[in-house]
Write a protein that binds this ligand. Structure first.
Ligand code: ADP
Length: 448
């Protein structure tokens, strides 16, 4: 934990008492501040109170007395409309801040690596941290992925914080400077929260805020918004990376990662990095680690030994010639497409609570699917959508879907992948995509 002491004994309001908010409460208390904790949900308030943080209703706060408002990234402070506490704090001139800004101000000697983008943030963050750790560097990894920023360990000048930054978190940084900043890609997402595409791009671009010529900006140029962003940067060294085609910086194509010195690594041997999208992630990680002085051999070693993250094309087991892959994180068609494009001979388990876009976008990849095993609320619609393109079977539940997919894949005797990539939310049958993926993993591990 990082004690935050620069507010002295003054009161600091914390709004939002999830994992990150509670970590902020503890860090502020350890640093000597008086914590005014609040969450609009009574259950979250009760949990904080059990830890000794008595709730203080922001409606009753005199904001001229508070040293700061520490906001959880999930709470809107601009669009679609600011939380009333943010509006009141702002009107009284009380600064609004977030966990990463507080970490930065406290651990000023360390090196900071920030990763953002619409897709691939968690993978690239974990991959960079893995390469650095294998190379013997002292690393703390967290923020939007895994542990909250203020829950990490203190680091001195030799240490590196590797932080996944959502656009919400980037809206709450002010003085934070990333020595190495990565922006992977931009696709429409969370637009209501940022007041449209322009606001969303502006939030992502904040990863490069205050970077000077000693800093490195790594930008994915596989979409027009990324290309434009790279062209706008003037302070830092800009490295343009691609997962599609030759680029001035590291790039990947057809399973080979390259840089200006030629081929770097055969990514088809990096089992936890399948697919072209992971080529982009690998190119970004290569560029970031090189900027931090990691030798090429150590980077290749890290790429090859990267174990992957749970629920993201996670290889759970191989039985005979069949691989069993957990991609429960694919909660929409766009994410499922990435997985479908990564394998052949797929026995595809899909369904759950459907998104508005349904399965649209998967059509070009259905040639890779041998059969689809459907479950959940989406079952009937997905069966209709896939009619004529691939054989489907309506299974109702995940255990039946896996049993049928397993039987069919093993009976074939061919190379195959049993892939859970639902293209749906999980909430009709599970509490979260994590729970859905955990159930899948347990079922696969229990197979004979
Ligand atoms: P994030 O943290 O940004 O949500 P993850 O690394 O958790 O990203 O990956 C989530 C899903 O997004 C993956 O399962 C994959 O389908 C897809 N994905 C990963 N990397 C990329 C990328 N570079 N470009 C596009 N899609 C990606």
């Amino acid at each position: 934990m990082i004690p935050v002491s620069h507010f002295g004994h003054r009161p600091v309001a914390v709004l939002g008492l999830g994992k990150a908010g509670l970590a902020a409460c503890r860090a502020l208390k350890a640093g000597g501040a008086e914590v005014w904790a609040w969450d609009d949900a009574p259950a979250a308030r009760a949990a904080a109170e059990r830890e000794g943080f008595a709730p203080v209703d922001p409606a009753a706060i005199d904001w001229t007395k508070a040293a700061a408002l520490v906001l959880s990234p999930g709470i809107p402070h601009t669009h679609p409309k600011p939380h009333p506490a943010c509006a009141a704090a702002k009107a009284a001139g009380c600064p609004i801040t977030g966990e990463v800004e507080l970490l930065y101000r406290t651990q000023i000697a360390a090196t900071y690596v920030g990763i953002t983008g619409t897709n691939g943030k968690s993978t690239t963050t974990a991959l960079i941290a893995h390469i650095l750790e294998r190379a013997g560097r002292r690393v703390q990894v967290g923020a939007n992925l895994g542990r909250p920023a203020l829950d990490l360990a203190p680091l001195d000048g030799d240490g590196i914080y590797v932080l996944e930054m959502s656009s919400y978190q980037l809206e709450l940084t002010e003085r934070t400077i990333f020595d190495v900043a990565v922006m992977l890609n931009i696709a429409p997402d969370h637009l209501a929260r940022h007041g449209g595409m322009k606001g969303y791009i502006a939030a992502k671009e904040r990863i490069f805020l205050h970077q000077d010529e000693d800093c490195t900006a790594i930008v994915g140029i596989d979409d027009a918004d990324g290309r434009a962003m790279a062209d706008r940067l003037s302070g830092p060294a800009v490295i343009r990376i691609s997962g599609l085609e030759a680029s001035a910086g590291p790039w990947a194509k057809d399973g080979t990662l390259r840089d200006e010195n030629g081929p770097v690594a055969d990514l088809t041997r990096a089992l936890a990095l399948p697919g072209a999208h992971n080529g982009q992630n690998a190119a970004a990680a290569h560029a970031a680690c090189r900027a931090l002085g990691i030798p090429r051999e150590a980077i290749v070693d890290g790429l090859m030994t990267y174990p992957g993250l749970a629920h993201r094309q996670e290889l759970v087991r191989t039985i005979g010639r069949v691989r069993y892959v957990n991609d429960s994180k694919a909660t929409n068609a766009d994410a499922a497409v990435r997985a479908l494009s990564s394998y052949d001979g797929i026995h595809w388990i899909a369904g759950g609570r459907p998104k508005e876009t349904g399965l649209s976008g998967v059509e070009p990849f259905l040639g890779r699917v041998r059969k689809a095993y459907l479950l959940g609320e989406a079952e009937a619609d997905f069966a209709d959508f896939l009619k004529g393109a691939v054989p489907t079977v309506r299974c109702g539940t995940l255990d039946r879907a896996l049993a049928e997919a397993h039987a069919a894949a093993q009976k074939d005797g061919k190379e195959a992948v049993v892939l859970l990539s639902p293209a749906c939310a999980s909430f009709d049958q599970f509490r979260s995509f994590e729970e859905r993926g955990d159930v899948f993993r347990r079922l696969v591990e229990a197979l004979p």
